[in-house]
Design a protein around this ligand. Sequence first.
Ligand code: NAP
Length: 294
Amino acid sequence: MIYGTTKIYGILGDPVEHSLSPVMQNAAFAACGIDAAYVPFHVAATNLPAAVAGLRSLNVVGFNVTIPHKEEVGALLDEVDGAAAVIGAVNTVVRCGDKLIGYNTDGEGLLRSLAIDLNFIPVATSNVVIVGAGGAARAAVYVLAQQGVASITIINRTLERAQALVDHYSSFFPRQILAAAAFDSENDHRKLTKYFKGCDLIINSTSIGLFGESFNVIQWDSLRSASVVYDMVYGGAGKIETPLVATAKAAGFDACNGLGMLAEQGEAAFELWTSRKSGGVMRGALVDCVDKIK
Ligand code: NAP
């Protein structure tokens, strides 16, 4: 029920219709007895400044930001938290008095999901390979480097993009080994074996698998048996299991899709807005929702 007192939260994106954030955030507000509603706002890039100004005047108390606005929204806010500033992307905005403050909870969501879904805690000896070099990879590199992992290799279709990430983060994390490499989905990937064979964690941060495409970059027989695989893709083509997760499991490796990251980045945003925890309600709401659209 919406009352005169109901606080409004939302998500800005283009497209936004596919977003599962309204489902999980509204479930969390209801479960915690918070008088609030979370709504989708379809905002084209050209309208972003007007949309943020509008949310200010309407006293919206917090909002998420998704593709394609995560990089641009920071300039429209009063403050951007240190991590979001280094990552160069904001996915959560909190109203604090008259100020709008930007945060990035994607990286925190990944770390929490790694721990919950794969029992993986990054440590100083961890070697990580991240496939992909887009916005999701930027957040992943930041949090893993912050945890002090030994090395991060970024493998991307466009080498320049992977190298740009390495160049960006090298000045912030001079003690970690950051490296870039290229892959071509048409070619033989044996040349990538040297990156995979010593790694503890492989993360797919590309959109490969979203529409059921197979992920053929990894030489499974070169991996250590303890390696684990995290696929940021979730629920592609109406299915909760992604091709990468299915292949990794068939090859005997522990693997999970990105639904947990989605839930945990939302949980971290909810905590910033309300100082409360949903206690797993968001995750449950997401799983129910994905089950229904299967
Ligand atoms: P992005 O900034 O657009 O980056 C896309 C990345 O995928 C780039 O590295 C791109 O390579 C690569 N790529 C796309 N199509 C490819 C193909 N056919 N072959 C090889 N590489 C390809 O997107 P993003 O925001 O980083 O998101 C990437 C994926 O992560 C999406 O599927 C998104 O849904 C998922 N994600 C999940 C969560 C979660 O909570 N689970 C959060 C964020 C993102 P190039 O640089 O060569 O173009």
